[in-house]
Every structure is written in structure tokens, then in C-alpha cells.
Write a protein that binds this ligand. Structure first.
Ligand code: FAD
Ligand code: NDP
Length: 428
């Protein structure tokens, strides 16, 4: 049994949805394009899962957040794929790939062949077991990567009104879920190994602003330690969390956000890997010319930094998808991807954006002591602005820091930059 397509997108997440839109815009013919996904639903905006999906009232549910609404584009429902002749093979995993033969073998036993393959397999959440702790299967231990996880998390929240949650990990999932749990009136303790939250991006000073705000909303922090084991009741539910520093904390539910690993397994030994992902060039082509990779799984050259990066954020998933499809459909008109990394988050009433690279010296501006205020920072490396962060900005102000980071202005006097603060970007 088998089918053949010109283009196959392996994975049905954010980048797959944006790639499909671009294929259709560029006139792909009916029956030429297929998306294979082990998720049971058409591509959706994954960021909604830790935000709108978890609200106690008027929560976001599909079909409202199918791609590509997140970038103010058309919303691609299953009907849209049908109308445009894009084959959606859902609820179907790919268990092996043969890039020489240009075939994929699905869990249903079907062989699907392609002329061009776009790998958009994203990433999987790291499990506690990978750190030597058992208990991920307990019904009140939640991860958050897909809709199934999000439904499980909502059930856990609803089954313990006013209860106690432990959030393991101080990264994006930890911070956004902690806020959502509090909005659902759950008491939250966050546990993570670093000295402060969001350690990969935030400086201690920026982290302290958010931690103080979280404390004002009742969130406790236990920092510098990790989970060592769970205690379970006779039904297999976690009742207590034991930390390596000897602390025992009683819980009704646990949320785990301890990072991800890109889904490269099908291609190990077949494609060149780098930074944990599939190595691609400036048009997202891998070491095999018929295979492209986009989104979280792709390690691509970031021109502005002169090095390869693998990013785990929705903006790069969307833009890498668009660029790869452009390169596939119109190779002569498509140059090298020229991208400035962009990350953001929204929690409670707070909202921040970051552009560029967090390397070099940091220059702060605004009031970092008062919650609800506008503040920010520039990163200056080798005499140029390479990164910018802003909390509580307006659309124009965010656009200004984005533009400034892209243009990398030379900075001679850090004190003068500090004095001008946000004004530097706005008037630049
Ligand atoms: P994904 O969206 O993960 O899609 C991968 C798809 O491939 C999935 O459908 C998966 O099931 C499928 N797949 C994998 N292997 C196989 C296989 N063998 N066979 C078939 N199908 C397969 N980023 C931001 O910038 N801002 C945010 O606010 C934000 N919030 C987030 C909130 C949550 C809860 C999560 C989990 C992520 C968030 N992100 C955010 C990150 C962002 O969602 C990802 O960067 C983005 O989804 C990456 O897109 P992708 O297409 O590469 O991978
Ligand atoms: P992150 O990489 O953001 O954070 C993981 C956190 O867990 C880090 O603080 C990490 O520390 C910590 N950690 C690692 N091991 C342990 C351990 N054994 N015990 C306790 N803490 C540990 O990953 P997340 O899981 O938070 O997010 C998953 C993915 O989803 C990421 O790709 C992220 O980009 C994406 N996402 C993005 C959002 C956004 O952009 N707004 C929102 C939600 C998710 P260390 O740094 O030392 O490894």
C-alpha cells in the first residue's frame, strides 16, 4: 500500500501550517502536497496551550486557534485543506524514513513517497525519567507539548480547586503555567535548579522583576534544587514531592517543564545534525538536497550572529516555513534567510518581547523595581547593540527595539545609552 506526493510535510505543528499556507499561495496543485502528523487535529498555534487554553473562563478551544491565526493570517481549518487539495494524514506517526529511496513508512503500514520532504517534527518534552525520577505516568503529573497534554492539564486543574501545585522548571512552560494555575486559583510552588528563573535569557536583574511580581501573586520559589522523588497514594497519584535538599512538599498536582529535545530520531545517520537539530543551509535545505527542515528541529545559519542556531520559538517556526517553501517553489528568487531571533511571553498582565542575542554587556532602563512598569535592556557586544528586551511596551516601541536590533547601531558610551533608554530605539 502506498501513495506518492510531490511535497510531503512530516509533522503537523506550527511550521507545517504556515508552510501549507505558503504552498497554496504559491499555487501548489491539488493532490501535490501532503501533511502527515501523529496529532489527531490539523496544525494549530501551540503557544495557545499555555495561555488561552488554560483560562478558567472563555478558554480557547479548536477550531479557534488553528494556524495561521497567530500571525493574523487565514485560519486553516480541515475544510481549508480539503478545499485546497492538501492531503491531511492525521493521527498517523511516521516510524521510519529512507532519504535515499525518498519514502516514509507510517504506523498504519503505508509507504508514502515524496520528491521533496519538509521535516517539521518539532520537539518532545523531556521526561523526569531522563533525570532519574520516576512517576511521569501518574495522572496528576502533567507535561505540556500538545493538545492531549493540555486537556490532561485542564482536567488536573479542575480536579483540585484551591489545591496545591508544584511546577518543576523555571523556563517558559514553568513560568507560563505557574501564572495560569494561579489564575485558576491553585497555590503554586516553583522548583528549579538555577539561581533565578528563565536563566537562558534573563539576567538576574530582569528575573528578579518577574519573581517579585510572581511572589506578589502568591507564588513560592524553591531555587537551586531539583526533584529527587515522588510519594504516591494507593491509586498511584502523587501526594508529595521530595526535593534533593531534603524538603518534602504535599501536592495535588505537578506540572513539569524541564526543556525539550528536537525530534530528529528518524534521520540520525541519514542527515547531518548540529546543535541537536537537523543542519540546514540558508534556504533550509539539509545535507540531502531533497530534504528540508524547519521550525524547532532545524539548526540554521543566523547571518547576523555568523553562527548556526536552533531556535525553539513560534516566530522562527512561522518564518522558516515560509522561507523554505519559497526556496522550494521559486529557488531563483529566494535568497538566504536573514533572521533576527524574536522571543516573547505573556503572563498575568505582563508582556515582554526580546529581539536578537543576549550577549555582551547589559544596559538597563526604566523602573525595574515596581511591578506593572515599563522597563527594558540592551545587550551591547563588541561596540554594537545586538539584543533588546522590553516589558510593557506599546506596538510602536516593540517595533522600535526590533528595528534597532536589526540595524546593530554602534554604541560608544554605555552611560549615554542608559540615559536615553527606550528613547534611543524610538528615535533611532
Ligand atoms: P511543533 O509545533 O511541535 O510541531 C511538530 C509536529 O510534528 C507535531 O504535530 C508532532 O506531533 C509531529 N510529529 C513529530 N514527530 C512525528 C512523527 N514521527 N510522525 C508524525 N508526526 C510527528 N513560542 C513562542 O515564541 N511564543 C510562545 O508564547 C510559545 N508558547 C508555547 C507554549 C507551549 C505550551 C509550547 C509547547 C510551545 C510554545 N512555544 C512558544 C514554542 C512554539 O510553539 C514552537 O517553537 C513551535 O510550535 C515549533 O513549531 P514546529 O512546527 O517546529 O513544531
Ligand atoms: P525551557 O528550556 O524554557 O526551560 C526548562 C527549564 O527547566 C530550565 O529552567 C531548566 O534549567 C530547567 N530544568 C532542567 N532540568 C531540570 C530538572 N531536572 N529539574 C528542574 N528543572 C530543570 O523549556 P520548557 O520546558 O519551559 O519549554 C519547552 C519548550 O516550549 C521550549 O522550547 C520553549 O521555547 C517552548 N515554550 C516557549 C514559550 C514562549 O516562547 N513564550 C512558552 C512555552 C513554551 P537549565 O536552564 O539549567 O537547563
Amino acid at each position: 500500500m502506498g501513495r506518492a506526493f510531490v511535497y510531503v510535510i512530516l509533522g503537523g505543528g506550527v511550521s507545517a501550517g504556515y508552510a501549507a499556507l505558503e504552498f497554496v499561495r504559491r499555487g501548489v496543485s491539488h493532490g501535490e502536497l501532503c501533511i502527515i502528523s501523529d496529532e489527531p487535529v490539523a496544525p494549530y498555534e501551540r503557544p495557545a496551550l499555555s495561555k488561552g487554553f488554560l483560562l478558567p473562563e472563555a478558554a480557547a478551544r479548536l477550531p479557534s486557534f488553528h494556524t495561521c491565526v497567530g500571525a493574523n493570517e487565514e485560519r486553516l481549518t480541515p475544510k481549508w485543506y480539503k478545499e485546497h487539495g492538501v492531503e491531511l494524514v492525521l493521527g498517523t506517526g511516521v516510524k521510519s524514513a529512507d532519504v535515499k529511496r525518498k519514502t516514509l513508512l507510517t504506523t498504519t503500514g503505508e509507504t508514502i513517497s515524496y520528491k521533496i520532504l519538509i521535516v517539521a517534527t518539532g520537539a518532545r518534552a523531556l521526561k523526569l525519567e531522563e533525570f532519574g525520577v520516576n512517576g511521569s505516568d501518574a495522572e496528576n503529573v502533567c507535561y505540556l507539548r500538545d493538545i492531549a497534554d493540555a486537556n490532561r492539564l485542564v482536567n488536573a486543574i479542575q480536579s483540585c480547586p484551591g489545591g496545591n501545585a508544584i511546577v518543576i522548571g523555571g523556563g517558559y512552560v514553568g513560568m507560563e503555567c505557574a501564572a495560569s494555575l494561579v489564575i485558576n486559583k491553585i497555590n503554586v510552588t516553583m522548583v528549579f535548579p538555577e539561581a533565578h528563573c528563565m536563566a537562558r535569557l534573563f539576567t538576574p536583574k530582569i528575573a528578579s522583576y518577574y519573581e517579585e511580581y510572581y511572589k506578589s501573586r502568591g507564588i513560592n520559589f524553591v531555587k537551586g534544587t531539583v526533584l529527587s522523588s515522588f510519594d504516591f497514594d494507593s491509586n498511584g497519584k502523587v501526594t508529595d514531592v521530595n526535593l534533593r535538599d531534603g524538603t518534602k512538599i504535599s501536592v495535588d498536582m505537578v506540572v513539569v517543564g524541564i526543556g525539550i529535545r528536537p525530534n530528529t530520531g528518524l534521520f540520525e545517520g541519514q542527515l547531518t545534525l548540529e546543535k541537536g537539530g537537523i543542519k540546514v543551509n540558508g534556504t533550509f535545505q539539509s545535507s540531502n538536497s531533497s530534504v528540508y527542515a524547519i521550525g524547532d528541529v532545524a539548526a540554521f545559519p543566523v547571518k547576523a550572529f555568523g553562527e548556526m542556531r536552533r531556535l525553539e520559538h513560534v516566530d522562527s517556526a512561522r518564518k522558516s516555513a515560509k522561507h523554505a517553501v519559497s526556496a522550494i517553489m521559486e529557488p531563483d528568487k529566494t535568497g538566504e534567510f536573514d533572521y533576527i531571533p524574536f522571543f516573547y511571553s505573556r503572563v498575568f498582565t505582563l508582556s515582554w518581547q526580546f529581539y536578537g542575542d543576549n550577549a555582551g554587556e547589559v544596559v538597563y532602563y526604566g523602573d525595574l523595581s515596581a511591578s506593572g512598569s515599563t522597563f527594558g535592556a540592551y545587550w551591547v557586544n563588541k561596540g554594537h547593540i545586538v539584543g533588546a528586551f522590553l516589558e510593557g511596551g506599546t506596538r510602536e516601541e516593540y517595533e522600535a527595539i526590533a528595528k534597532t536590533t536589526r540595524l546593530r547601531p554602534a554604541i560608544e558610551d554605555l552611560n549615554e545609552l542608559e540615559r536615553q533608554g527606550l528613547g534611543f530605539a524610538v528615535t533611532f
